[in-house]
Design a binder for this molecule. Structure first.
Ligand code: ZN
Length: 250
């Protein structure tokens, strides 16, 4: 096998390895996105629960306050009933009305807080529903990832062995060039030569369409071990089987 063929072989296996790995990474990314969304919802739920607890505590304190106001009112009413003078009666009545107004104020605040608690309960119900839904999606994403690991895992280790074998027959320098290009172009390290016009001997890089001088093309057909790279995108160029056939006949 010539150098270009060895590289082509490596290129094809490498693409398959990358494809399988990316199937795993996409499943992992999907799962972590779902987990993050679920955590955000759980944080939101905790915040709502904390606010609810605080409001309930305030309402509880006000209930105690109202109870002591009621005791005070009861006492004032008794004093009013047994008022000896008109002046005393008027003074007690004024105080009674003041305390009553204060009671209403406390009561109004509590009512407003209770409304808030009701609103929080509605929000909590919505969030709980969202959490339940998100948990289902997260669990599904998790089992999909496990499934994919099972499916892909075995095939991936097979392909990784194949890739190592394919890389072993490529000279170190060429391999370094290949690896660097594969890194840059997400596996697309090689490009086929495209025939633009045979009569005018016009050829181009199949990836970036840059014109390739005919001398380079003939180097590839002369079975030399030279590596031809696209002058623009620098990918390693190869010739597809059918073109190799037609050019060889000339
Ligand atoms: Zn190119």
């Amino acid at each position: 096998m010539g150098l270009v063929d060895s590289l082509l072989n490596l290129y094809k296996v490498d693409l398959q390895v990358r494809g399988l790995r990316s199937r795993l990474t996409s499943a992992e990314r999907y799962l972590s996105a779902q987990t993050k969304q679920l955590n955000d919802l759980l944080v939101n739920q905790q915040e709502l629960l904390t606010r609810k607890r605080q409001l309930q505590a305030t309402i509880g304190t006000r209930d105690v306050e109202i109870k002591s106001i009621d005791d005070r009112l009861e006492k004032l009413r008794n004093e009013l009933n047994s008022a000896a003078t008109n002046k005393q009666y008027t003074a007690l009545l004024t105080e009674l009305n003041t305390v009553k107004a204060a009671r209403r104020e406390v009561e109004d605040k509590s009512l407003a807080d209770m409304e808030q608690v009701e609103k929080l309960d509605e929000q909590l119900k919505i969030v709980e529903g969202q959490i339940a839904d998100r948990k289902k999606v997260r669990d599904l994403a998790n089992s999909q990832l496990q499934e994919r690991r099972n499916d892909v895992g075995h095939r991936l280790s097979e392909l990784e062995t194949e890739r190592a074998q394919a890389a072993a027959v490529v000279p170190v320098q060429a391999l370094a060039v290949f690896d660097e290009l594969a890194e840059t172009y997400e596996g697309e390290a090689m490009a086929p030569i495209e025939e633009v016009d045979r009569r005018h001997r016009e050829y181009a890089c199949g990836e970036c369409n840059m014109h390739i001088p005919f001398e380079q093309i003939s180097l590839l057909t002369s079975r030399s071990e030279a590596l031809i790279r696209c002058p623009s995108c620098t990918r390693l160029l190869y010739m597809q089987e059918e073109m190799r056939g037609t050019l060889a006949k000339k």
